[in-house]
Design a protein around this ligand. Structure first.
Ligand code: HEM
Ligand code: HEM
Length: 175
């Protein structure tokens, strides 16, 4: 098994990064929806802290994944795949990255404009509060979450459709 990606296969680094971020996201999205329904109190504060720590971890992970994609480029899609399909696969991957960045950055800005401080890249950050902007970033946080749920569903559907209709096991590429 290769550590780095080759022209045709994902290596261990990309596979680990893929499944680590997928696992954290699959846990974090329901945690966020659960969090907003909690009454104010100690439990909510604890859940919000966990949400923030996992959210920031996903933010660092996506930056590492983007750097990994530059220095360790993903394999080329099979030449037999027609170009429209390649475009859709690529677009889905790009939009997943955009959605993760939008969710994490809006979450961070919502908290900062709420007057709360956050430690980002080992540095404590605190800015002047602005509740109107905090509300706007929160809306972005919510809509980006709906978007990523659709993108993940499409992403997983592609794997299932390839298996059912083209007898092609895409999952093997990333396992
Ligand atoms: C839940 C969050 C997930 C996210 C955000 C995500 C994101 C991504 C991204 C961005 C890529 C492209 C990697 C790159 O080249 O940069 C990718 C590849 C892939 N993912 Fe996921 N993924 C998720 C979950 C899953 C799940 C649950 C499955 C399995 C059912 C899966 C199967 C695959 C496969 C097979 C590929 C390789 C596709 C190819 O290059 O042909 N992913 N994923
Ligand atoms: C990919 C990572 C993240 C995901 C998937 C995610 C998901 C969610 C979801 C689904 C909600 C509920 C939205 C609603 O229906 O009202 C939520 C709320 C929230 N998120 Fe995130 N989030 C992420 C990262 C972050 C980060 C990095 C921060 C801040 C550092 C953050 C701060 C918040 C806050 C403050 C709330 C509102 C909680 C409240 O109402 O008290 N999130 N998040």
């Amino acid at each position: 098994m290769h550590v780095k990606n080759t022209l045709t296969e994902y290596g261990i680094i990309s596979k680990l990064l893929h499944w680590l971020s997928a696992t954290l996201l699959i846990f974090q999205i329901p945690l966020g929806f659960y969090l907003v329904d909690l009454d104010f109190g100690a439990v909510r504060l604890n859940v919000e802290n966990i949400h923030t720590i996992i959210g920031l971890s996903i933010f660092y992970l996506v930056i590492i994944r983007l750097l990994n994609n530059i220095f360790n480029p993903p394999p080329k899609l099979d030449p037999s795949i027609f170009s429209g399909q390649k475009f859709i696969a690529k677009l889905n991957h790009i939009l997943l990255y955009v959605a993760i960045l939008s969710i994490t950055i809006s979450g961070i800005l919502k908290k900062l404009f709420n007057g709360e401080s956050l430690v980002i890249f080992f540095k404590e950050i605190k800015i002047q509060d602005n509740f109107e902007l905090a509300d706007q970033f929160y809306n972005i946080h919510i809509y980006s979450n709906y978007t990523i749920v659709v993108l993940i569903a499409l992403h997983i559907s592609a794997v299932i459709i390839h298996k059912l209709f083209f007898d092609e096991n895409l999952l093997r590429k990333i396992l």
